[in-house]
Design a protein around this ligand. Sequence first.
Ligand code: 13P
Length: 244
Amino acid sequence: MRRKLAAGNWKMNGTEATLSELAALQTPAEIDVLICPPNTLISRAASANDKIALGGQDCHRAQSGAHTGDISAEMLVDAGASYVLTGHSERRTDHGETNEIVAAKTRAAWSQNLVAVVCIGETLAEREAGTTLEVIAQQLAGSVPEDATAQNTVIAYEPVWAIGTGLVPTLEQIAEVHDFLRSELSKRFGAEIAEGIRLLYGGSVKPSNAESIFATSNVDGALVGGASLKADDFNGIISALASA
Ligand code: 13P
């Protein structure tokens, strides 16, 4: 059985004052709750709520060195993180991250025993051109290195056009991609590993649509942006997942 995961990505939001939202988060025993705050808050977040897992939003592919402004996987661990997002679409767009770079970052995460949440998803143009599954397959193949296991890897399917827009794919569209991901993982890594890897949906998840998304085939949780910033909203999503 895959353990369900409710993950929040705070993106470039959050200061000391926001930590009270963390303290107010529920942590039901039957699921994992993860928050990826900005790096400046990781160690303080650990003191605000010691029941949630913490993650970075990115890490550099190198272990250390002359990379001004970047953060290494080792530094994230040192701050209290156990997860890191790799290949978020905003990193791919804002920082030109290719599948190859994402794979290198994922390897860097694994080298420090961080769980990598590898993010993939099609643009609206790709969805409209009917190439969604092709794009997803390429991103999955290129961004997830050979040594993926159920323990070190989570895949987040985030259609770019659904992020921060209020637009959500139909449940059939989500199921189609998640079923496809499971079968691609199985072809590459074998059924046992594929069955253990958690698949998250991300893009405009709210308390009001969480229950139906969590009832969808091969959805093991969510990666939530905007609705993870307020405890009231994220708690609604957490309880929907705990009772899914
Ligand atoms: P929203 O939930 O704000 O659409 O963001 C999704 C996301 O990008 C999470 O990584």
